[in-house]
Design a protein around this ligand. Structure first.
Ligand code: AP5
Length: 217
């Protein structure tokens, strides 16, 4: 079965960490709208500068920009499975996604709600470091690279994200609760929702996800 999944869940709950490992294990493509937007933000274009400012404020980039980036990626995919990590984040984005998948003749098999407590989230985000080149995710204490400050995969420097400052994290959590939390009900009503308790160690979380995947059709 080809897996086509959506990952919801608050900032810092561990969506990217689980998505990276699951994609490696199952040969899926991770489509992270955060990564796509950071790439856009680094281009120095008018659009990039606008996206950068929105991301650094903790608010969401407008639906049409994000949807276009996702549609382009999905069109390139063919039959390969994917995880949409951080998309959709609004009801409008979820409806747009349905339209894109319909056009491509594809169906989602699950919407995974990756959940962690506010306390866990703050601890995880304050220590997050990620590779400036390939995007691999680490943590100063919890998930350390073999060599301090360097990516295990490509050897590039690890960086701290500008939106991981405490005041921005507060806005990101508020934005999530206002705009994205309603998607839990949306996907529950479609029979696609799977809730993942991601408060534990990475290996434990991966076991939870793999167990849930056994029931996915
Ligand atoms: P995005 O980059 O997607 O950020 P996010 O959703 O806020 O999620 P994060 O990447 O912060 O966290 P995560 O859940 O992936 O956790 P991670 O695995 O890194 O989006 C950034 C911004 O882009 C948004 O604010 C918005 O402006 C814009 N944007 C993106 N998508 C958009 C959309 N669809 N529409 C509009 N705007 C959009 O883990 C966090 C840390 O914890 C890491 O250090 C990790 O090593 C550590 N960790 C993970 N799991 C564990 C564990 N089990 N135990 C201990 N530590 C752990």
């Amino acid at each position: 079965m080809v897996l086509r999944l959506v990952f919801l869940g608050p900032p810092g709950a561990g969506k990217g960490t689980i998505a990276q490992r699951l994609c490696e294990a199952h040969g899926l493509l991770q489509i992270s709208t955060g990564d796509l937007l950071r790439e856009e933000a680094g281009k120095g274009t008018e659009l990039g500068d606008r996206v950068k400012a929105i991301m650094e404020s903790g608010k969401y980039v407008e639906d049409s920009t994000v949807a276009e980036l996702v549609e382009n990626k999905l069109k390139e995919l063919g039959e390969k499975g994917f995880i949409l990590d951080g998309f959709p984040r609004t009801i409008a984005q979820a409806e747009t996604l349905e339209g894109i998948l319909d056009k491509l003749g594809l169906k989602l098999n699950g919407a995974f709600d990756i959940e962690a407590s506010d306390e866990t989230i703050v601890e995880r985000l304050s220590g997050r470091r990620s590779c400036g080149k390939c995007g691999k995710i680490y943590h100063l204490k919890n998930i350390q690279p073999k060599e301090e400050g360097k990516c295990d995969g490509c050897g590039s420097d690890l960086v701290q994200r500008n939106d991981d400052k405490p005041e921005v994290v507060k806005t990101r959590l508020e934005t999530y609760k206002e705009k994205t939390a309603p998607l839990v009900k949306y996907y529950k009503e479609k029979g696609l929702l799977k809730v993942v308790d991601a408060n534990g160690e990475v290996d434990e979380n991966m076991q939870n996800v793999e167990a849930i995947l056994k029931g996915v059709e």
